[in-house]
Design a protein around this ligand. Structure first.
Ligand code: FES
Length: 215
């Protein structure tokens, strides 16, 4: 073995130092690029915990279901339909007067769950001037829902808030949409949750059994 001269040893040390510096720079560049990519990914695609927070009641969603047609409706004559589940009745009615959350050309078509928020009886619609069969002494002075079980009255022009009676909550409003052909769709439910599903909660879609899981 030929002994290495002092000059060649020094050259080799300098070269390996240069190689090490090149490697270190390349490695730190990779780390920086990877870090930026990870940050970008977390912004555009939140992880499980962030998504869970944003959709706390949205792990389920409502179906879009055709429930009527504009031409089917006559002022003051309600149509019954089940939504969002097959056994959950609602009343849809054209009031003839603009209503909160109303749809259609005159914003007078509304729909509400017809399961009374008091104790779950099915209530009926009363047009202005009419009386329920169970109480001829009562005469509606506006479009209302009237529950014959215990007399709760809901104001259909104003999101079915309670006018009188023992109910402490309004009726859940069915969210409606009308397309260009006049088809009326149910697209969701407003709070509170339909009677019988964690009653009193505002976590409407999360509380309803049978909602369609997302993802
Ligand atoms: S169940 Fe409707 S008022 Fe009691």
């Amino acid at each position: 073995m030929v002994p290495e001269s002092g000059d060649s040893a020094s050259t080799r040390r300098k070269e390996s130092k240069r190689n090490f510096l090149k490697f270190a720079m390349a490695f730190s560049t990779l780390l920086a690029v990877g870090g930026i990519a990870a940050v970008l990914k977390s912004i555009t695609n939140p992880g499980p915990s962030a998504a869970g927070t944003a959709v706390s009641s949205g792990s389920r969603q409502f179906p879009r279901v055709k429930v009527a047609q504009l031409n089917d409706l006559t002022i003051g004559q309600p149509i019954a339909f089940n939504y969002p589940l097959d056994n959950e009745p609602n009343i849809l009615v054209k009031l003839g007067t603009k209503a909160e959350g109303g749809v259609g050309p005159n914003e007078d078509i509304v729909a509400f769950s017809s399961i009374c928020q008091h104790l779950g009886c099915i209530y009926g619609f009363q047009a202005p001037g009419s009386s329920p069969a169970c109480n001829q002494a009562y005469r509606a002075d506006r479009p209302v829902g009237y529950c014959c079980c215990h007399g709760s009255v809901y104001d259909f022009v104003n999101k079915a808030i309670v006018i009188s009676g023992p109910s402490s909550r309004p009726q859940p409003q069915v969210l409606l949409d009308v397309d260009v052909s006049g088809n009326i769709f149910a697209t969701g439910m407003g709070p509170p949750t339909i009677f019988g599903h964690n009653t009193g909660s505002n976590d409407v879609s999360g509380d309803l059994q049978g909602g369609i899981p997302v993802g």
